[in-house]
Design a protein around this ligand. Structure first.
Ligand code: LMR
Length: 398
């Protein structure tokens, strides 16, 4: 039966973690995968999450199935976080939201549904570069993949003119994937006025905005990091999609907590969208799991815990900023080429500009793991590994 099955290539991110875990060298450092590590070198279990978890365990709740679209309180609280408590879209019932298995399932469920709507001609434009799994998910769902210019290697910044030019050439109906904040892998984001220009262009060309929001709160804060969504609402855009993840903001990676929100023209359209989202989920994995969503809903549903969680999130954010600055300073002190641009990038990642050969030297000679693209997870730096990383990066950049 399976004799003709070929070996699939390893995943560039999660496959690298497998190699890292098998590495026997002491002191190895994983800057490959996007996971926030605290100053003690651990993935934090946020105190607010722990508190809700302990209360849940104490009640000994039975584990029946969730509805196909997940926990109702979780969906409502997610909508408020993404669109704002005062959102007119929410008041008008125009948003269909379903809990999904991480942000990845939100992408895949939306991709399957959008492919049904668009048929054979389904096309999506993705920033160049982007998170590698964006391509995999949409290609597997049957989309034709296009890309638009985004990153300018010479300035380590945004190629905004190139981006507008490429978006302006897309056929009406094309889906445009946008990173809400903390662009993965580059850490290069749009400012509010650039978002306004992009949104106006998408409206004019009748392109469908698809916002991937995996890092809300990791750059400036909950409200500010949702600027793209708020501006889409303010622009009167008739339809758009938001996929979001709590992996990072709640440090709940393995619990797989995310959501898909689709905005329709009116309440009736949103109801039809929700029915299709549920049909797609049922055909893929039936319904989502209980635990992670209960933790998130428990925190967001309590005013006191929510305030404390925003503080915990703020601490993670500040530590990332400090690690960026620390890395830049140490590299400068060691006489490395200028890495000052790392301070201008946002979120967990830095597109370091290191070549594939330099990344391989880091891995082979120093047991430091980064992606072949040069992406490093600055959120995995801490006071114990910063000197080692700075010395190794300096050595391979000479
Ligand atoms: C990453 O980009 O490293 C994370 O989003 C983890 C993943 O699933 O790739």
């Amino acid at each position: 039966f399976f004799a003709s099955v070929e070996m699939a290539p390893g995943d560039p991110i999660l496959g690298l973690t497998e190699t890292y875990l098998a590495d026997q060298r002491p002191g190895k450092i994983n800057l490959g995968v996007g996971i926030y590590i605290d100053d003690q070198g651990r993935i934090p279990l946020l105190p607010t999450v722990r508190e809700v978890e302990l209360a849940l365990v104490a009640t000994g709740k039975p584990r029946g199935y969730l509805p196909i679209d997940g926990l109702a309180a979780y969906n409502r609280l997610t909508q408020q976080l993404l669109f704002g408590a005062e959102s007119s879209l929410l008041a008008a019932g125009r948003v269909a939201t379903a809990q999904t298995i991480g942000g990845s399932a939100a992408l895949r469920v939306a991709a399957d549904l959008l492919k049904q709507v668009a048929g054979a001609g389904a096309k999506i434009a993705i920033s160049n570069p982007s998170w590698g799994n964006h391509h995999v998910v949409f290609r597997t769902a049957g989309f034709e993949l296009l890309d638009y210019r985004y990153y300018d290697a010479s300035s380590h910044g945004l190629d905004f003119a190139g981006m507008l030019e490429d978006l302006g050439r897309l056929e009406p109906g094309t889906v445009v994937l946008l990173h809400a904040c903390c662009h993965n892998p580059t850490g290069v984001d749009l400012d509010a006025s650039q978002w306004q220009q992009v949104i106006a262009l998408l409206q004019e060309r009748r392109l469908l905005p698809f916002v991937d929001m995996a890092y809300q709160g990791f750059d400036k804060g909950i409200e500010q990091d949702a600027t793209a969504v708020r501006l889409l609402e303010a622009s009167g855009t008739e339809a758009f999609v938001v996929a979001n993840s709590y992996s990072k903001s709640f440090s709940l990676y393995g619990e797989r907590v995310g959501a898909l929100s689709m905005v329709g023209a009116d309440r009736d359209e949103a109801a039809r969208l929700l029915s299709k989202i549920k049909q797609t989920i049922r055909a893929n994995y039936s319904s989502p799991s209980t635990h992670g969503a209960s933790l998130v809903a428990g925190v967001l549903g309590s005013a006191e815990l929510r305030t404390r969680w925003e503080h915990e999130l703020g601490e993670m954010r500040s530590r990332i900023h400090a690690m960026r600055a620390g890395l830049v300073d140490k590299l400068a002190a060691l006489g490395a080429p200028d890495f000052g641009f790392i301070n201008r990038q946002a979120g967990m990642f830095s597109y370091s500009g290191l070549s594939k050969a330099q990344v391989h030297r880091l891995r082979d000679e120093y047991a430091i793991y980064a992606l072949d693209s040069g992406r490093i997870c600055v959120a995995a730096l801490n006071r114990s590994n910063l000197d080692t990383v700075a010395a190794a990066v300096t050595a391979v950049s000479r």
